[in-house]
Design a protein around this ligand. Structure first.
Ligand SMILES: C[S@@+](CC[C@H](N)C(=O)[O-])C[C@H]1O[C@@H](n2cnc3c(N)ncnc32)[C@H](O)[C@@H]1O
Length: 284
């Protein structure tokens, strides 16, 4: 059952204490816990739009697409690459930054639960994503919030995961314990290339992200994970399109061409990069 412990007020960073169905800080800022168990720690003052993050439609498209297992090899690659020092912990404190509707977090916990206690928190800026996530798992703490100001105390986690998200490295460094691990999951050059060839007249050249390194972190392990999969129904092709930024970026004609397909063979090309937090307090 979700505990919603060790969270901080997004307005003054003071610790939040639970009183039945709400969390309050010493300055009296109060945040209600929703019926489904999540807490919204994104006050209007910190919002840059009325309804930030993925829309209701994007969230339901991603939920239904991922539920059909197309991306399960990514979860397998994550679970089988967990660093030894994390595996040695009896309890792993895991934070999913930009967790969407929580598919990855739920699956990872399920896979690791036989050998570890997982203290898991999922955060997303989209209230639609967190509402959906909180209906589907009660053993994870779900928060509506932003990676720009993660409402948790410093050094709270052993592992921060950011999959296809919007990383804020200074915040990830702050909330990670010394020598904690950051996992970035990103698209590689050929990810969904067959779909992009249909959507766009020209494919933009691929740019490697963070090639100059990330301040405060050392890259310890990089995995290029490729696999092929086929979608053999128009509904799932539409869902894949709707859950990606291509739904906003591609032309009307490109989207219509993709939506007319009944079948498509696709390449998944994923980069998993495990970084370890460094710092002057890092001496073992
Ligand atoms: C491409 S989706 C990935 C979701 C999930 N990690 C997955 O791989 O299925 C990106 C997610 O980041 C969220 N997001 C966007 N900006 C964010 C921010 N500043 N802080 C936290 N989440 C954010 C979106 O609402 C969306 O759910």
């Amino acid at each position: 059952m979700s505990a919603l412990e060790q969270l901080c007020c997004p307005l003054d960073q003071l610790p939040l204490t639970r009183h039945e169905r709400s969390l309050t800080c010493a300055n009296g800022h109060a945040y209600d816990i929703a019926k489904t168990g999540y807490v919204n720690l994104l006050p209007v003052q910190k919002k840059h739009s009325k309804d930030p993050g993925d829309s209701k439609e994007m969230v339901s498209a991603r939920r239904d697409f991922l539920a059909n297992g197309y991306y399960d090899p990514i979860i397998n690659a994550i679970v089988t690459s967990v660093p030894e020092t994390l595996q040695q912990l009896d309890t792993i404190r895991l934070f999913d930054a930009g967790c969407g509707e929580g598919h990855y977090l739920r699956q990872i916990i399920e896979r690791l639960a036989a050998s570890h206690v997982i203290d898991a928190v999922g955060l997303d800026i989209s209230k639609w994503a967190i509402t959906d996530a909180s209906k589907r798992s009660k053993r994870i703490d779900w928060i509506v919030g932003s990676n720009a100001h993660v409402p948790v105390a410093k050094q709270r986690f052993d592992w921060v995961m950011c999959a296809f998200g919007f990383p804020v490295f200074s915040e990830f460094a702050r909330i990670l314990a010394n020598q904690g691990w950051l996992l970035l999951v990103e698209s590689g050059a050929d990810h969904l290339i067959e779909l992009r060839q249909i959507l766009y007249p020209e494919i933009k050249p691929y740019r490697v992200t963070h090639s100059e390194g990330i301040e405060g972190f050392v890259l310890q392990h990089e995995i290029d994970h490729r696999f092929s999969f086929s979608i053999t129904n128009a509904d799932d092709i539409g869902r894949l399109l709707a859950m990606t930024p291509h739904i906003h970026k591609a032309s009307y004609e490109g989207k219509q061409a993709a939506l007319a397909l009944q079948k498509i063979d696709l390449t998944a090309d994923i980069k998993l990069r495990w970084y370890q937090k460094q710092g002057k307090n890092n001496v073992e």
